[in-house]
Design a protein around this ligand. Sequence first.
Ligand code: GTP
Ligand code: SPV
Ligand code: MN
Length: 635
Amino acid sequence: MSCMLLGVLRRHGSVGAGVGLRSLASVPSLPPSVADFVKGAVDECKPSNVHVVTGTAEETATILAGLEREGMVKRLPKYENCWLARTDPKDVARVESKTVIVTKNHRDTVPIPAGGAKSQLGSWMSESDWQRAREERFPGCMTGRTMYVIPFSMGPVGSTLSKYGVQVTDSPYVVASMGVMTRMGTPVLNKLAEGVEFVRCQHSLGRPLPLTAPLVNSWPCNPDKVLISHLPDTRQILSFGSGYGGNSLLGKKCFALRIASRIAKDEGWLAEHMLILGITNPAGVKRYVAAAFPSACGKTNLAMMKPSLPGWKVECVGDDIAWMKFDSHGKLRAINPENGFFGVAPGTSDKTNPYAMATIAKNTVFTNVGETSDGGVWWEGLDAPPAGVTLTDWHGKAWKPGTSTLCAHPNSRFCAPAGQCPIIDPLWESEEGVPIDAIIFGGRRPEGVPLVYESFNWQHGVFVGAAMRSEATAAAEHKGKVLMNDPFAMRPFFGYNFGDYLAHWLSMQRRGAATQLPRIFHVNWFRKDPSSGAFLWPGFGENARVLEWIFRRCGRQAEDEAARRSAIGWLPVDGAIDTKGLSGGVDMGALLDVPKTFWQQEARELRAYFSQQVGADLPAQVEAELRALEDRVHN
Ligand code: GTP
Ligand code: SPV
Ligand code: MN
């Protein structure tokens, strides 16, 4: 850390923008509250330099060129301004076991599980343990490195639904990625100068210089010391040891879900793990829906889907996170707080998601995908490259199709600007947000759960969200195909006690106008044929057939000719899902079946889960819905 820079911080409470100190005099100073935060981080982390990020294209180019020199990214000459990063194989996904929420009381963070069991609804750390963990990690952690100061906005700068943050980080890869995923730089700094609140985000890779051990793949990280910590009371995030995805791009899951869910509870709105899409029918009527699926369960795919049904159009507002608030007319309105897509690469192809393929054709950072000898990218699900083109896997080793290992890591990702999506919705940056007519829950359910059903009402819909389960995926460290409870697809992202979260959702009923409340649905694209193990439903663009039924239900009374009452909710009647033109034919009977013994078992398992994991914090209305389900499945 230069003495001169420290001197500037101390005397004026501000730091200049720009690398190096020569330009210091000519750049704007930081607003006092930001300067205080940065000064505290500098004093603790002891970087050698401070760079306030302005967000210009030239600055990004300089940062990427620096990353290339260090061997952290490689230019992909086949495309325009695209880059490939290969991480240390120990740093490839979110680390839920090292992710904590710090509050005074344990129960502010999670319901206390019965019989000393471990909570699956978040991880609490006491203030004193956290203080100790911080002192073991952060002092001097940026020695020899540059600390970047990233002013960023979640949501369009200036929108009443937007929130601001400042992230300090010693990872230039994070700066480049945050530049895609958020609105970042000087316009945000100007907003902060007005004195608006901001979330304080402190991130370090935890590898000060000089190194004491060699890097793997030139990717600095400190896997043994990873800790992703959140202080919702003071709106702070401190993340250490990982440079990957949601561990390090702190605007995403850490801010826009964990901290924002707590802000939303305090302020009376919802911060959810949901995509937002607009769907227009052949008559030109448009509706917006939000959908919550757990990580790697199809949000990005649905958000950008190309409908197989003639005349229908889908447009994308967001693919991962929705901030939603009832407006003065009692209509729920949603914004996508993000500015880019951090999407799963494997499985993405012109067949499954052509609009995602178009989105990632330029200005994209790829991480842990395979590489082609002609300077392009490759992953499982793409056609084999043409003769003469060879492949390198995500470890950087030569790789051939048919090898038993994977070419791309299953959680390899693209990071691309949302504005490049060919079907980005015209209102995706609207300040007031888009009006939501339906909320959809879903997950990977190989058995028993029908393709689609609708809840009986808002309260039952909240129960359906609370009852969500899904097969574990590669997006986190869980291994194997184990079925996990993942209420509201928020299990890894709750910023406060799940019982209070349910009460908050139930209270939304009073904020909305009765006639305007979104209908709540549950979908399952992943039901399997028990004998062959194959998916029963073709998915992807064909999911438009299910959206069509949902669209129709939004405009109707509960009772209509398209739906019949079942033990778990409203189901499509025979023929109500349009299957015309589906190649190969599908077994709609098997897809919509609601097996009684399966649901009796499901209700039993749900009761056990609620009593062990939520206990006294379970709202009475949710308990009543569970009892009502038990009655229905036993009759
Ligand atoms: P995160 O970004 O981790 O939150 O994941 P996501 O919810 O955005 O999931 P994504 O759309 O990236 O899909 C994850 C995986 O599910 C990919 O391998 C997809 O190919 C697959 N998938 C998505 N939609 C469908 C579908 O309708 N049917 C089937 N069978 N697979 C799907
Ligand atoms: C997820 O794991 O749900 C992701 C990727 O979207 S990350 O941003 O790493 O959390
Ligand atoms: Mn996604």
